[in-house]
Ligand binder design. Structure first.
Ligand code: PMV
Ligand code: MG
Length: 324
């Protein structure tokens, strides 16, 4: 297909990243969402995760709403640039679902970035990664999507990133997109990371899919967590840039403990089993993202340990990636 975007997994900084001026490290995952797009006489929009298509963007459709909002958002931007808006045919395919259940690798963020990217290319508008992020973030905010938008940043930059969150209150629907793009994005920082940690990463699906909104609503983040997690994020950034495996292991263990102290809803039994089996076989692991389901990440530094883990693991390995 013509266009594709990657997906993401949190390494460190989940929950504390929801606050402005706090940071996280998020990994690029090579699971893709694809789009074919062309100008057309009528709207025709189809996603392979639903069993029906739609032929208008002036409708409300629960399942297609993120797609509709993304197209309308870009159309609004085109109009501000005085570009003639044309109808499109859009065909989307996703690798982020397992029998209709999401893995939690950033499926709705991926859809927004994919549509923005595909439409900007279709209209021959030049753009860089930061513009792609900002346009996608404006669309997400005007949809009232909550969260840090760290997923949107990773997917826009198509790389492992260090992300610092910003205050999004200035993004309101009454302002033009062109003026919002020029605004002050206060604490925002997106830095592509040199991932020098020699290791193998496994992303493992717990078999349970969960919504971030539900997790965020039920978890009360204390000041102490913000401070400790921020310190760990900066330490882990240093560990992966310097290939400091011993410190990395210690810091991931600390991160796991902090998350478990934050709430016992994060590391559900399935995730706990994956993580304990990792430690039992000499590897390290933690939950990735909001927890409560979705995926765990496992890091291995030794082929034998990795094989031993795989021999006892019962859960689906969504991705295996070697960093050399
Ligand atoms: O579950 P994930 O991988 O989408 O991560 C959610 C991370 C949170 O910090 C809990 C929310 C957010 O938007 O950053
Ligand atoms: Mg999740």
């Amino acid at each position: 297909m013509n266009n594709k975007v990657c997906s993401k997994a949190f390494l460190i900084g989940e929950y504390s990243i929801t606050k402005e001026n706090h940071s996280a490290i998020i990994l690029k995952v090579d699971k893709y969402t694809y789009a074919d797009i062309e100008f057309s006489n009528e709207y025709y929009i189809k996603s392979d995760i639903f069993d029906y298509s739609i032929n208008s963007i002036d409708i409300k459709d629960e399942k297609y709403q993120v797609i509709i909002d993304s197209i309308c958002g870009v159309n609004r931007y085109l109009k501000e640039l005085k570009i003639d808006i044309k109808k499109i045919k859009l065909d989307i395919k996703s690798e982020l679902f397992n029998n209709g259940n999401k893995y939690g690798l950033g499926s709705s963020g991926a859809i927004i970035v994919l549509i923005v990217k595909s439409m900007l290319k279709l209209y021959n508008l030049p753009f860089d990664k930061l513009l792609l992020f900002k346009l996608s973030a404006i669309i997400a905010k005007t949809r009232n999507d909550i969260g840090s938008y760290a997923d949107i940043a990773t997917i826009s930059f198509d790389n492992n990133i260090y992300y610092r969150n910003f205050n999004k209150n200035f993004i309101t629907i009454d302002k033009s997109i062109t003026s919002l793009l020029k605004d002050d994005w206060n604490y925002l920082k997106i830095e592509e990371i040199n991932f020098n940690l020699k290791s193998t990463l496994l992303i493992i699906y717990s078999g349970v899919s969960i919504s971030n909104n539900l997790m965020l609503k039920n978890i009360d983040i204390k000041d102490d967590f913000y401070i400790k997690n921020e310190v760990l994020t900066l330490a882990i950034k240093n560990d992966i840039e310097k290939n400091d495996i011993e410190n990395f292991k210690k810091n991931i263990i600390k991160a796991r403990i902090l998350l478990n102290e934050l709430s016992n809803k994060i590391e559900i039994l399935q995730l706990q089993e994956i993580i304990e089996n990792s430690f039992k076989t000499g590897n390290i692991a933690k939950t990735s993202g909001a927890g409560g389901g979705d995926c765990a990440i496992v890091f291995s530094f030794d082929q034998k340990n990795l094989n031993n883990f795989k021999n006892i693991n019962k859960y689906k390995i969504v991705e295996e990636k070697k960093y050399e």
